[in-house]
Ligand binder design. Structure first.
Ligand code: ADP
Length: 626
């Protein structure tokens, strides 16, 4: 790596400088000694002594101050020995003594100097090595890519992350132009001329440069989205290069795009909603409003943001709106309420759902509202209420009329019935066959009218809830055979078969009302009969229920109308079309009576083939003799 390389080179240079300085001083010392030796009396001895004295500085240079000082001491002892021992080459003299002392001092000074110098160089080396390891660890462990350029824009260093991100190897790019290889394209892939490269111009001007959205070219030609910061390397006041740290922003870009897309989606949902949607902060200032809000209250979203309701709505309404917002903020729960807001065409009623948005600490920090205009619905509801009241009034009037009319009709019909019975008896006694026949017809019609009036009265009683029931246990089998007998008597030529039922079946209820139901079903069977003038009446026990059924083989009921057959005033199409008389009240009254007795009534029918009407009632215990 280039900076390491530089640092190693620095170390070597320092070492060489030290060695050079020492060599020069040693050579100078040797020359000085030579000069001293040549002028001395015993030149050879002095020279060898001088050389001996130089041993200590050399040893210091090679092995450090300790061994150097030791060798200096040994050399001094050795010299002293030769100097003080008689018979040695050097004869003792003041001059020789001075020489030895001078050279020893010189050796000592040199040794100490070299020792200190050596220590300083070693400390410097250690520091440099530490820095080197430190910067290697930093650049090597960085997730960001890092490269360095020289002043010409050529690459001098590429860290492992940069190698990994770009796919280039340090050795591929060293000394090559970074712009030509890595930084020569725009985000859309077009080539960027060298003179337009902002990075290079920043390098030349010596200014730091930052770019949040750029691309670098990878070794495989792909473009890597990056952001980077470059800083000039200034040496001795001169820009000698630049360092550039870059990061892969692919994910950030994707996340940014995804965020933009989701915001866009949300915005279009908000803007296309027919409801008014807004967001206010805890102080009631609008943070966001949708298009509907803008349209209705003539304020753009830019104008709305930062404003409060007081700036947009009349005081009283603004205070109401704020009170609702505060309720949401205080309770921290969503609430729904009606709010009235003025618009161009007058006040509009909104149903507003307001809910809080929470801070990361769980505190309500904003209120979001979705308000739907229900003015139209409210008008419709009011109209509906008025109409319903009118309908109810009309129904009440009709029921009252029905009740009065049927009561009014009942009196003369009862009177007519009485007189016709008297006349009938009289004609029978006189055997007046001419009068008997029309009197029988009158009697039947009076009977029919009486039934109609009774039905009308019952319907009006059901409607007004005044129908009464005399409840007591009774035997359904006996009640049924009684009705079958009576109906049979009045229908000559019609075969009404009652299936034998030996056991009695007791139910709790109004015997007369239940017989009214039976009569209605049997008279219908006779009324809606076709050529086959017969019907079957059955009574059975089914579990804890007594079941009565009347089956005829008449006109039947169209499939699609069977569900309405128990509705008030319902008349089957085939019944009306064939002029069968009736007002559609009998089955309606029958269903009411049966339901009142906790039973149920139903029909199975096929048009043209006949019908079976069935009702079931809960059984009760037979009363004891007491
Ligand atoms: P009404 O017979 O007086 O019209 P109901 O309430 O008794 O009134 O009957 C309602 C309608 O049901 C009749 O008009 C007729 O269309 C149909 N309906 C009732 N019983 C029968 C039946 N046994 N066969 C065919 N249609 C029937």
């Amino acid at each position: 790596m280039a900076p390491e390389h530089d640092q190693q080179t620095g170390l070597i240079v320092r070492r060489r400088a030290l060695a050079g300085a020492i060599s020069v001083s040693l050579v100078l010392t040797v020359i000085a000694m030579l000069a001293v030796a040549l002028t001395a009396e015993n030149a050879l001895f002095v020279f060898s002594l001088a050389l001996l004295i130089l041993v200590a500085p050399f040893i210091t240079l090679l092995y450090g101050l300790g061994p150097g000082l030791l060798s200096a001491a040994l050399v001094a002892l050795f010299s002293a020995y030769y100097f003080s021992t008689p018979g040695q080459l050097l004869h003792y003299s003041d001059e020789a003594l001075r020489l030895v002392i001078t050279l020893s001092m010189l050796s000592l000074i040199l040794t100490v100097m070299i020792g200190a110098l050596r220590r300083a160089v070693q400390a410097g080396e250690r520091k440099l090595r530490h820095q080197l390891t430190f910067s290697q660890a930093i650049t090597g462990s960085m997730g960001e890519g890092l490269y360095a350029l020289d002043q010409e824009g050529n690459l001098t260093f590429l860290n492992p992350a940069a190698e990994r991100l770009l796919g280039w190897r340090d050795s591929d790019l060293l000394g090559k132009s970074v712009h030509d290889i890595i930084h020569c394209r725009d985000a859309d892939g077009t080539r960027l001329p060298t003179q337009d490269c902002p990075l290079l111009s920043a390098l030349h001007s010596g200014t730091a440069y930052r770019n949040d959205d750029d691309v670098f070219v990878c070794s495989d030609g792909a473009l890597l989205p990056v952001d980077y910061t470059s800083a000039p390397i200034v040496t001795d006041g001169r820009v000698s290069g630049a360092v550039l740290a870059f990061g892969d922003i692919t994910e950030r870009k994707h996340a940014g795009e995804a965020l933009w897309e989701s915001e866009e989606r949300l915005r279009s949902i908000l803007d296309n909603s027919p409801a008014v949607i807004f967001l206010k902060d805890a102080d009631g200032r609008y943070v966001l409003v949708n298009r509907r809000f803008e349209e209705l209250f003539h304020v753009t979203r830019e104008q709305a943001v930062g404003r409060t309701d007081l700036d947009i709505f009349p005081l009283e309404i603004a205070e109401d709106l704020r009170a609702n917002d505060l309720k949401v903020l205080e309770t921290g729960a969503p609430i729904a309420m009606e709010e009235v807001v003025p618009q161009d065409d007058g006040p509009h009623t909104y149903i507003s759902i307001k809910f809080p948005l929470f801070s990361s600490k769980g505190m309500p920090k904003a209120v979001c509202g979705i308000s739907t205009d229900i003015t139209g619905r409210k008008h419709a509801e009011e109209q509906r209420t008025v109409l319903l009241a009118e309908v109810e009034r009309a129904l009440a009037v009709r029921n009252q009329f029905l009740s009065i009319a049927s009561h009014e009709l009942k009196t003369p019909v009862t009177l007519l019935r009485g007189y016709s019975q008297i006349l009938n008896r009289h004609a029978q006694q006189k055997n007046d066959t001419v009068a008997l026949r029309p009197l029988q017809v009158i009697d039947r019609q009076i009977e029919r009218m009486t039934r109609l009036i009774d039905d009308l009265l019952d319907v009006s009683r059901i409607e007004s809830g005044t129908i009464e029931f005399q409840v007591a246990p009774f035997d359904l089998v006996a009640a049924l055979s009684e009705v079958a007998g009576e109906v049979g008597v009045f229908s000559p030529g019609f075969v009404l078969r009652l299936q034998d039922q030996a056991a009695d079946l007791w139910v709790l209820g109004d015997r007369q009302r239940i017989q009214q139901v039976m009569t209605n079903l049997m008279t219908n069977a006779i009324k809606y009969a076709s050529e086959r003038r017969e019907a079957d009446v059955r009574v059975d026990q089914n579990g804890d229920q007594a079941v009565v059924s009347v089956t005829d083989y008449g006109i039947g009921i169209p499939q699609d109308q069977q569900a309405q057959v128990f509705d008030r005033y319902f008349r089957g199409e085939n019944a009306s079309a064939n002029n069968y008389g009736g007002l559609g009240m009998g089955l309606y009254i029958s269903r009411y009576i049966i339901s009142h007795h906790h039973g149920n009534i139903s029909v199975v029918s096929e048009e043209g083939k006949g019908s079976t009407f069935t009702f079931a009632l809960p059984l009760t215990d037979r009363p004891t003799a007491d």
